[in-house]
Design a protein around this ligand. Sequence first.
Ligand SMILES: [Fe+2]
Length: 486
Amino acid sequence: MEKNYDFIKGFDSLNREYTQFTIGNSNKLPNWLRGTLLKVGPAQFKIGKTDVKHWFDGLAMLYKFEITDKEIFFSNSFIKSSQYQAHQNGKMLHDEFATKAPLGILGKIKNLIGMMLGKDVLNPNCNVNIAKIADNFIAMTEVNNNMSFNQLSLGTIGKTKYIDTIKGQMTTAHPVYDNETGELFNLLIEIAPRQIKYKIYKINTRDSNNSSILREQIAEFSKPYLFYSHSFFLTSKYIILYAGPIETSATRLLTHSFNEALIYNKDCKSEFIIIDRKSGNIKYLPVAPFIFLHGINSYESEKQQLIIDLITYENLEDNPYNKFYLEKLAQNRIDISTTIKRYTLDLELMTATSQLITDTNIEFPQINRKYHNQEYNYVWGVYGDNSRPNDFFNGLIKQNINLTNDIKVWHEAEFYPSEPIFIKNPTSNDEDDGIIMTNVYDANRHISILLFLNASDMTEIARFDLPCHIPFTLHGNFYNNIKKPL
Ligand SMILES: [Fe+2]
């Protein structure tokens, strides 16, 4: 008989907030490892009186793990959004990712009219990722309603303000950053009844401060439908989007939750959309359909080809997010099957070829950020160990991209890690010299631990009990010094 695993309790709601709770002494950690890991994730799965359906529906919680010369501190705080305030009053005000708010008929009509008029009626929780622009810390989701927060207290500041007037309701929670230029790129999608406008913008983070974040549009194109883009790619000359078979329309969005609006279009003509960063010129390169959520890295090769590494979902004619409904997770019907693939785009020949790198079930990929947009060797992530079929992500993996069999893992039964964060050793030039740091759910004890691994061989350096369980988090970043503005 198939075993029912216990990870589902890792989706129990967390209501308690802690402030600078001491979880241990930092003397077991390398001297250079000082700073703060900020993460975000869904944490409260009943909003008002509504039990939400999906992992990504939960109220957003920020987490801070601070390593000082002496101690390690843990803090957490809900983002005090209008949805959070409504929840405090026993109500659910806005639709979340896969759960529609139980609004009366008047509320629904008001939202429909608002959406048709291009108003910001979509207002889900910012529980997906964290970005930093100048000294502004931002919690993000895929609707353009980012929330700024105080990185020290985790207190909510309010909606992030921009000084431009670029319009759009949707975005991605995975902006891409150019280490050389300090430019941050993202996508803004304007939904209108008959056409969807895709706008690519950049922010010069070195010229920004809290009161003057300027988005500069560099390209725009239109489609009659909305293709789903969770992440995209950057090279020194190009921005590369992928328009695949997961799509929706303005009409479906009016009547469905966002996730339920997404469909797999068998007749889709998939393509890479390649945008010249300087001129804004766009090329469309057809490719056989595939499904991916997270890119790993992208760069220009010596032969002037574009190399794109990503994680695909195999044998799937469905939206991969459908795997993460809480009811399915509770029944161990997760069945994750992912591969790492490399796409090589040749802009002279206008060809896109793919190559399988590994079929390890990896997700939440991370690399040494110094190697963004250049040749590299290593990716770290969570993975699903094959000895436990239908289990959730139950281990951490280091994969050599160039030597498929060069894999190192950390795996303990009943331990479920969230996204691993790679922190490089500042005194070393070796790509894999650093620490992997993440929160791991211990299903036996129903608490989470903070785990530190040697990133090179994936051996354990230290672990610390947290005072509570942490519902599986999504994304985050490590900052050496969050007190100092850029
Ligand atoms: Fe993501």
